[in-house]
Design a protein around this ligand. Structure first.
Ligand code: ATP
Ligand code: MG
Length: 368
């Protein structure tokens, strides 16, 4: 047990197998260390390795500034204007993201003060900091772990190792504060719970329910993207079920939440909806890759959309009226909304087996 800036640091021996660690990420860490900087593997990759999963990508955190990183690697770009990051490029299009330690700009507020401030929404978080500050600005304890390749140790300032052991999702710090700072974290909690089969700590769960209305304040493109991530990870059914249960679906896609509220248990539309998500999850796992975004949105919205169109004389108009508020609320690109309308209009002919001249339209495969 060591002390670091008043924050408890626990070092856990955790010799991860060498072949589980991306060799290029290891190269980046070693070169930064040889140049005298601190460098660790961080975030999702450490979490996934400790949970015996396969990381999507490997991120590095360091006390080197983006320009310092660029000076060390020829194959390096500094990207982003507000959050400047270094991308080190390797063959096959692989990118290792190297981020300089940052701290939460609101961290100087005590929790009592924070409760007084009405608007905790973080708008800029590009303040450089130290390793422990970088760990503590992260969202969940399981995402706040750093891996020291040299010593084969996990650095834990937030109790993440214990939560990995308990398979529990807990925020770093007060969940009400953390969800109000960034409501999208609530969707991330759902994503990790569903995808990694973890439990959400009851206090955290209650905070998600209590702060769900804040989701209306979040940046709309982030919401759009995060809903897709919930659908892409092979756990769409569990994700959407949690989203509905927490009450976040009623804020983000009330059209779908109301449909499920009405239909649940009738064995009709809601049952078809959940079965469709099961099929999406099965396909995603078989392919080892997510389905097209258009397919995912169709799976989400087809049932309530079809309901809104039944009995309407002008179906295209009805579909348009149904989708318009969704487009506005979650910044759904026109391209996706248009495709949804096209696919909806094709479905009657597809289900009766009369593909005919549809064979030539670009959406046939997606519709199927
Ligand atoms: P995935 O496997 O889905 O990529 P991830 O944990 O790597 O999961 P990213 O979105 O890639 O998620 O983010 C990388 C890391 O950055 C996270 O592990 C977390 O530590 C931190 N992070 C991401 N989003 C937030 C946020 N909204 N608030 C605080 N920390 C965040
Ligand atoms: Mg990641």
């Amino acid at each position: 047990f060591e002390r670091h800036g008043g924050t408890g640091l626990l070092r856990h021996d955790a010799p991860l197998p060498d072949d589980s660690i991306d060799p290029d990420a290891a190269k980046v860490v070693r070169r930064l260390e040889r140049a005298g900087y601190q460098a660790y593997l961080v975030g999702g990759c450490v979490r996934d390795l400790l949970l015996q999963g396969k990381p999507k990508d490997f991120d590095v955190a360091t006390n080197a500034r983006p320009e310092d990183v660029r000076a060390l690697f020829r194959n390096c770009r500094v990207i982003g204007r507000r959050f400047r990051l270094a991308h080190v490029l390797f063959s096959g299009g692989k990118v290792i993201e190297v981020a300089t330690f940052r701290r939460n700009p609101g961290a100087s507020l005590s929790e009592d003060d924070a409760a007084e401030v009405d608007d905790l929404l973080i708008r800029s978080d590009n303040v450089f900091g130290e390793a422990h500050e970088d760990a503590l600005r992260r969202d969940f304890t399981i995402n706040g772990l750093f891996y020291d390749l040299d010593r084969r140790q996990v650095l834990d300032w937030c109790g993440g190792m214990e939560d990995i052991g308990n398979r529990a999702i807990r925020t770093i710090g007060d969940p009400y504060v953390r969800f109000r700072e960034d409501p999208v974290r609530s969707l991330r909690a759902i994503k990790f719970a569903a995808r990694l089969d973890l439990g959400i700590d009851p206090v955290v769960y209650d905070a998600m329910v209590a702060t769900r209305d804040d989701l209306a304040k979040a940046a709309r493109p982030r919401i759009f993207e995060e809903i897709l991530r919930l659908m892409r990870g092979g756990a769409a059914h569990r994700s959407m079920w949690l989203l509905w249960e927490v009450g976040a679906m009623a804020v983000l896609v009330p059209e779908l939440a109301a449909f499920l509220d009405d239909e649940e248990g009738t064995g009709g539309g809601a049952a078809r909806f959940w079965r469709r998500l099961d099929a999406i999850d099965t396909l995603t796992r078989e392919r080892g890759a997510p389905l097209d975004d258009i397919v995912l949105w169709t799976a989400l919205l087809h049932e309530p959309l079809a309901e809104a169109c039944t009995g309407e004389r002008d179906v295209i108009r009805a579909a348009y009226d149904f989708l318009e508020p969704i487009i506005a609320r979650i910044a759904m690109p026109r391209r996706i909304a248009d495709a949804l309308r096209r696919i909806l209009s094709m479905l009657p002919r597809l289900s009766s087996g009369r593909v005919g001249r549809l064979a030539r339209t670009e959406f046939l495969e997606l519709a199927l």
